[in-house]
Design a protein around this ligand. Structure first.
Ligand SMILES: N[C@@H](CCC(=O)N[C@@H](CS)C(=O)NCC(=O)O)C(=O)O
Length: 205
């Protein structure tokens, strides 16, 4: 397998899953700052110009965080990233999609790329504030989801790496405090050898 990633981008969550699984893979750096995602070498692999992108051993390419996370968990059952039972599996997808599609894409993207949401610069502060509001609401909901639990759906699953990367952005990148249960979850994630190996491999520690 080949994981196309950018250091500290959302692909870090998929990188963690690959480290948990332990099957052979190659990590291929896509330099987003230099626009490598728009160059033919990468668009030939993923025309969406986004990481994470996973090239599988049969050469087929999978995109979109929740799909990649789900597939990895299903394909490598011995890593126990797929919770047992349809309800817990649906819950894991529900949490993953919320972290990616809402907290990241609606919240964080507004904070980091306000121009994508409002052409006029005079609106950018308001867009960023709205992004922060969306993100903070998400943190509150994840905090509630973790009430009385160590992991989002009870047992450790592919969903936890999605919460990990948005927590990482909020805490390590922006220096902001996480609510109690999410902070404890983040500490638990950071204690996992797979997370430590990933952070080291991406040059984040
Ligand atoms: N919906 C995509 C979002 C992926 C995404 O937004 N990735 C960012 C990095 S965190 C990216 O590749 N950005 C490159 C760009 O926007 O030019 C997914 O679920 O994988």
């Amino acid at each position: 397998m080949k994981l196309y990633y950018a250091p500290g981008a959302c692909s870090v969550g998929i990188h963690v899953l690959l480290e948990e699984i332990g099957a052979p893979y190659e990590a291929v750096l896509v330099n987003l700052r230099e626009g490598a995602q728009f160059k033919p070498e990468f668009t030939g692999v993923n025309p969406k110009s986004k990481v994470p992108t996973l090239e599988r051993d049969d050469g087929s390419v999978l995109t979109e965080y929740p799909a990649i996370a789900y597939w990895l968990a299903a394909r490598f059952p011995t890593a126990r990233l797929m919770p047992s039972g349809m309800d817990a599996q649906a819950r894991a997808l529900e949490c993953t999609d919320y972290c990616v599609a809402t907290m990241h894409m609606q919240g964080f993207s507004r904070m980091f790329r306000p121009a994508n949401f409002a052409p006029s610069e005079s609106d950018h502060e308001a867009v960023k504030a709205r992004g922060e509001e969306i993100f903070a609401k998400g943190l509150g909901l994840m905090d509630k989801a973790l009430d009385g639990k160590e992991w989002l759906v009870g047992t450790y699953s592919f969903a936890d790496s999605a919460l990990f990367y948005v927590s990482f952005w909020w805490n390590a990148r922006l220096g902001k405090a996480l609510p109690g249960n999410v902070a404890a979850h983040y500490a638990r994630m950071n204690a996992r050898p797979a997370v430590q190996r990933t952070l080291k491999a991406e040059g984040l520690v």
